[in-house]
Design a protein around this ligand. Structure first.
Ligand SMILES: Cc1cc2nc3c(=O)[nH]c(=O)nc-3n(C[C@H](O)[C@H](O)[C@H](O)COP(=O)(O)OP(=O)(O)OC[C@H]3O[C@@H](n4cnc5c(N)ncnc54)[C@H](O)[C@@H]3O)c2cc1C
Length: 427
């Protein structure tokens, strides 16, 4: 008999895995349930014809301190991308960022960077919630001009969030601007050798995993009941719901008012990641291209995967990987792979001057994301912050994931660690 507290973690994305690992390190008996046959969720990769294709998250930044910490602890190689140049699409051409707007707009935008210096850390929503005064698009249009709003702010949001800048809080944007201003070198792009899958796999090797195990139902209480895919019910001292908020909303049967409020009010953009095999020599050494919505309403951004080196270059071929803007993605989510490839090719041709014919794009792989990115919209930041202080852990059910902290893999992982600490304090 063991007197260890038993905890189930639902969802083996990077947030759930970091949470489970932290709990295990602190003496808890942890079981992780994952609906897929692989771990990582939106941080995972698939190898096909020798090419590693990152299905969701594509690149990491040097400022991802916790991700770097675990890579180091687990012996995963942290590699700098081979080239780091960015470009932005304007009137069919790819131009350097600095040339995308006129001098006056640039000065006004620079002033906004200066004002952002007093804002909080973008990887901690608690620090930003009090500064959430407006949506990013309207704010920047008013104070820096329409060009800045369209070519920097909306293009940034499209590329990294797949939705428009009206749906992101200006505090979230300014938190990122502050970091770019104060620690520019730390935004250098990196990857893990073996693709995005490497870190989730390393966590999973150290945990008690149940793969191919979608959880059907959670009923909170002094003991929490978990019903697995076979209909078998088990009880735990606590359950961490590290699935997307939309899923947690469906499977958690008796949420409190506060828990229900956060799940109901979390919205995601949709997207599709799509990769084509292309001749390496057609691509200049530009790593990432932002596609402003005013220029193209289908493609939100694309990357030259040759920046990742040997794991994505074979026989003179590499991958170009594009993400779709949410409205375009939604029209394609239910289509077949072939239909999606066919619909995207002409759009990519319009958004990418490196190609002159769709025949240069060879279908490689794609992944559909109904819930791609949580929207950190104006008004929502305070709700999230309040929840993390007051609603968390009721009924011995804890919520966890990128939607409760800040953006991207580092935000998700940090949230997993924070939720583990909250659970340890409560139990
Ligand atoms: C296309 C795309 C590109 C991105 N690019 C980047 C990038 O370049 N850099 C970056 O840092 N971030 C990027 N991100 C964001 C990043 O991937 C996410 O913020 C992060 O991975 C979210 O982790 P998570 O653990 O919160 O959620 P998830 O990874 O979604 O984990 C949730 C897990 O729950 C599982 N699950 C769902 N339902 C059940 C159930 N009923 N039972 C059991 N398990 C269940 C899912 O299968 C999944 O594994 C990108 C995301 C997408 C979609």
């Amino acid at each position: 008999m063991t007197d260890k507290k038993r905890v189930a973690v639902v969802g083996a994305g990077i947030a759930g895995l970091a949470c489970a690992y932290t709990l295990k390190q602190n003496g808890y008996d942890v079981t992780v349930y994952e609906k897929n046959s692989y771990v990582g969720g939106r941080m995972s990769s698939r190898t096909k014809d020798g090419f590693i294709f990152d299905l969701g998250a594509d690149h990491l930044c040097d400022l991802y301190d916790r991700i770097k910490y675990y890579c180091n602890a687990f012996g995963i190689e942290w590699e700098k991308m081979r080239f780091l140049k960015y470009a932005i699409l304007q009137k069919g051409e790819l131009i350097p960022f600095a040339d995308a707007v006129g001098m006056l707009s640039k000065l006004r935008f620079t002033w906004q960077f200066f004002l952002a210096k007093n804002i909080g850390n973008f990887l901690d929503l608690d620090e930003l919630a009090g500064q959430d005064t407006d949506n990013a698009y309207d704010y920047m249009r008013r104070w820096a001009g329409k060009d800045v709003a369209d070519y920097y702010v909306d293009a940034f949001t499209s590329t990294y969030q797949f939705h428009r800048a009206e749906e992101i809080s200006v505090a979230a944007l300014k938190g990122i601007m502050k970091s770019i201003e104060t620690e520019p070198g730390r935004w250098h792009l990196h990857r893990t050798k073996g693709g995005m899958q490497a870190l989730p796999n390393a966590f999973a090797e150290r945990l008690d995993m149940r793969l191919d195990s979608p959880v059907k139902e959670i009923i909170g209480g002094e003991n929490v009941t978990l019903v697995d895919s076979t209909g078998t019910a088990q009880t735990f001292d606590a359950v961490v719901l590290a699935s997307q908020a939309t899923v947690s909303h469906k499977i958690y049967k008796n949420p409190t008012e506060k828990q229900s409020e956060i799940l109901t009010n979390t919205n995601y953009s949709s997207s599709i990641s799509i990769a084509f095999r292309v001749d390496r020599k057609l691509l200049p050494d530009i790593a990432v291209v932002w596609v402003p919505f005013v220029e193209n309403q289908a493609i939100s951004g694309y990357v030259n995967e040759a920046m990742k080196g040997d794991e994505v270059i074979h026989d003179g071929k590499t991958l170009i990987c594009a993400w779709l803007h949410e409205d375009f993605a939604k029209t394609l989510l239910n289509k077949t792979d072939e239909e999606i490839f066919a619909a995207v090719k002409p759009e990519l041709l319009k958004a990418c001057p490196w190609f002159t014919s769709v025949d240069q794009l060879h279908n490689h792989d794609l992944e559909r994301w109904t819930d791609a990115m949580p929207k950190f919209s104006h008004g929502h930041l305070q709700r999230v912050s309040d929840f993390m202080h007051e609603g968390q852990g009721a009924n011995n059910v804890f919520f966890c994931g990128d939607y409760l902290n800040g953006p991207w893999t580092e935000g998700a992982l940090r949230n997993g660690e924070r939720v583990a600490e909250q659970l340890i304090k409560a139990l």
